[in-house]
Write a protein that binds this ligand. Sequence first.
Ligand code: 5GP
Ligand code: ZN
Length: 135
Amino acid sequence: MCIFCKILNKEIPSTQVYEDDLFVVIMDIFPISRGHMLIVPKEHCENIFDLPEHIAKNIYPLAKKLSICVSKALGTDGINILQNNGEIAGQEVFHFHLHIIPRYKDEDIQISKPTRLKLEASEIEEIAQKIKNVI
Ligand code: 5GP
Ligand code: ZN
């Protein structure tokens, strides 16, 4: 059983801030910032590739609600919403979850400073065409 399923089963303790039929929201044990939360579906799925539609549909309304709440509660200046899929993308826990990461002007943390590819416009067009072909 995965670590988040164990948390959901109360075999491992966690600090929970919210629960409904589909989700629990817990505080991240190694927070990137004050108020870093994880929205965890109760149903086990690994990542975006096997995410059930009803979970996909309902997770962003909850992310919005939590963002507003954490802003009010902690006076955040911004929020990053992050979700990793696959080892190469930084996923460490293979039970789908959405990170809500509050940001504060006085806090110097780095979570997203991507390098950029130098692609020609034609190459971007070509890539887009490949994607469009399978939609
Ligand atoms: P990922 O890299 O898979 O997107 O993120 C996994 C997150 O789960 C990390 O931010 C990590 O700190 C958090 N995490 C890992 N183990 C535990 C745990 O046992 N309890 C809680 N609350 N968070 C955990
Ligand atoms: Zn699980």
